[in-house]
Design a protein. Sequence first.
Length: 113
Amino acid sequence: MSERRQRTTKPEQVGQLLPEAARALGLEGELRLARRSTAFNALLATLAPTLAGHCALVSIERGEMIIDVETSAAAQELHLRGREITTAFSGLPEGERTHGLHVRVVPPKGSHL
């Protein structure tokens, strides 16, 4: 029978290991964007459920959120609610202080528009 080794350290949660691993691999920016994107999606689900699932936070550049949307109607709604969305996003723990939106209409892959 094999011997069992006793654990000498307390187990860590994966979420606690990710930032250090991402930093070591040079993926810190990608991890930060993934967390912000998740926070943005949750925010949209609360503030503008009709937009949830039809928008993607692509990046944040010079304090402006770069968002891809599937339709011009979604782009228009984002523009109309831009101040509300940027203010709410700035207040999120995973958010970042932003002052505006840059919205790009990018039809979903496979659509024939």
